[in-house]
Design a protein around this ligand. Sequence first.
Ligand code: APR
Ligand code: PHB
Length: 389
Amino acid sequence: MRTQVVIIGGGPSGLLLSQLLHRKGIDTVVLERKTRDYVLGRIRAGILEVGFVDLMREAGVGARLDRESHIHDGTVIAYEDQEFRIDFKEMTGSHVVVYGQTEVTRDLYDARAAMDGKVVFNAEGVTIHEADGDAPYVTYEKDGSTHRIDCEFIAGCDGFHGVSRQTIPLDVRREYEKLYPFGWLGVLSETPPVHDELIYSGSERGFALCSMRNENLSRYYVQCSLSDTPEDWSDDAFWTELKRRIPGKYAEALVTGASIEKSIAPLRSFVTEPMRWGRLFLCGDAAHIVPPTGAKGLNTAASDVHYLYNGLVQHYHDGDSHGIDTYSEKALARIWKAERFSWTTTNLLHRFPDQSEFDLKMQLADVNFLRDNVNAQKVFAENYIGLPY
Ligand code: APR
Ligand code: PHB
């Protein structure tokens, strides 16, 4: 088989890139190791920057998002017994959009199917060949036989555990990582959200987040130990702990119920450089991971797609390789800022096992400065709604 761009990974970044390129007449094949249902079964975050929403609209996949999503003009920060609101609208004139990553991925799969986009599921043993040459190709196993796709470029959108990053020689790539000494235990419940905006809460018992998907689907998280398993946490234990970590009025108002999903995610900051090697480009989680505190995981994947999509269109339509030649540099510049914001908010609201009394006083001073200083709130808001592409 031959195509212009082989895209490895049928998650949000791979599908969005495929959809955008297809609408510009650029042929792609998406190779996904799992099934559609498996990919859609993974519960991920749901805060979209306006830049992401604009990309979805440009991809012709904005209708349901525009109909069913919720605009949030602000968020609540709580710390111990105090709380304050960051007003995104007042600080930046803009907002974020609440719409689950699962719904984003579902809409993209539907759009790919509607355009007869080539998405190969259950593609096993994907292997990238000669990405540093002029005639790269990709092979994979399916239904007991080996398949080969010749192409001009490869987009590695296969997440943190994918094959693409591993294809870049160790003497070429440089990896930066920070592992946090805790995870997030997340619960999805068919209950009304406790508040009409997100609540990010720091407490002496650790972090908690109150989020939502819609009027009757809520998503809550508590900071937990990395040795915990979801089985260690009954629903009652989860709700009891959550109530201890949020301001009293929300604890009283909290509607609890059976969890329909419960999972633990470790917290990690990770970046690999460069994000291009020959004809291979890395996008999304394949190149970088952020702790979820800043809601930047999906949004940094989107900015990668923005830069690569525009670079490839420039290459194919104008014969100009400037966009793809500066892809890695441009994508990394925005990613490091998102890494900084995600690291800063994680340090602001979590409890670390080795935190001294002085460290705690510094954390409180950070929170109070954010509460009292309009410039600090503006900086927070600008980062949260998304820095320009
Ligand atoms: N071959 C083919 N497909 C693969 C391979 C492989 N070797 N390895 C992984 N995949 C697939 C996975 O099954 C997954 O569906 O690649 C896809 C990668 O999708 P994501 O992990 O969702 O990564 P990305 O599309 O970059 O989206 C980033 O996902 O994890 C969240 O917080 C993150 O929100 C961010 C978003
Ligand atoms: C979520 O809704 O799952 C969510 C929201 C904000 C975050 C992280 C996760 O920072």
